[in-house]
Design a protein around this ligand. Structure first.
Ligand SMILES: Cc1cc2nc3c(=O)[nH]c(=O)nc-3n(C[C@H](O)[C@H](O)[C@H](O)COP(=O)(O)O)c2cc1C
Length: 208
């Protein structure tokens, strides 16, 4: 067995697939949910602005609300829960994270002020704010899927839903942009096999 085959991280990455059939009625222990959400929040983000919120949809009533929002994709009703990954369109408001670093003596206040100025400048562009929300929240989404898999759960990332209806049904404030839904639960059936393009088609070395 090669070193690569023994590596737990690579095994989890290669075994994660989009599972659509779940054991219904399986209630995820709170501790596992917290572990998954913590892994999500450990994703990297530009300027460490942590451009995400995680809306956990878990009660039967909320699942029934979500089902038509997700065009009746049954995994939203049958999985243990769905995490709606939201991107923060006003992540420049999260610069409070730098204040903690200044107070801890880890960052000079002049540097904090310069960074806050740069960030607020960048957030003058709604397109840049939206791109950042999607980019950074997507990294958190991948952490959710890998953390869930490593705990013995399966997931399905989904953009097949109406963002407008999700916002309306779950009272999501204007500040947040729905990026992706992720169902999480115990697989009843494995994912459908999915191939990948060979690296010879997807990798370019040294320029096109
Ligand atoms: C951003 C994104 C959106 C997706 N949306 C849906 C969806 O709405 N419904 C669904 O059944 N699968 C959805 N998928 C799952 C993909 O079809 C699946 O990841 C892809 O076919 C590769 O299969 P695998 O993840 O099992 O390897 C989505 C995946 C991603 C990354």
């Amino acid at each position: 067995m090669s070193k690569v085959e023994l590596n737990e991280t690579l095994r989890v990455i290669s075994e994660r697939h989009a599972v659509k059939k779940y054991e219904t009625g399986f209630q995820m222990p709170e501790e596992d949910l917290q572990t998954i959400l913590k892994a999500a929040s450990e994703a990297p983000s530009a300027w460490n602005l942590q451009h995400w919120r995680f809306l956990v949809i878990e009660s039967e009533a909320d699942k029934q609300k979500l089902l038509p929002v997700a065009y009746n994709q049954i995994q939203t009703a049958e999985s243990s829960l769905t995490i709606a990954v939201l991107g923060d369109l006003e992540a420049n408001r999260n610069t409070v994270i730098f204040d903690q670093a200044v107070e801890a003596g880890l960052l000079k206040s002049e540097i904090r002020d310069a960074m806050v100025g740069q960030i607020n400048g960048a957030y003058q562009s709604p397109q840049a704010a939206r791109d950042s929300a999607i980019m950074n929240a997507s990294l958190a989404a991948q952490n959710i899927m890998l953390a869930a898999k490593s705990l013995g759960y399966d997931t399905c990332p989904m953009v097949g839903f109406s963002p407008e209806k999700l916002i309306q049904e779950f009272n999501i404030p204007d500040r947040f942009l729905p990026v992706m839904l992720i169902t999480v639960g115990k697989a009843k059936e494995p994912a459908r096999p999915s191939g990948r393009l060979p690296l010879s088609e997807t990798v370019v070395r040294g320029g096109f």
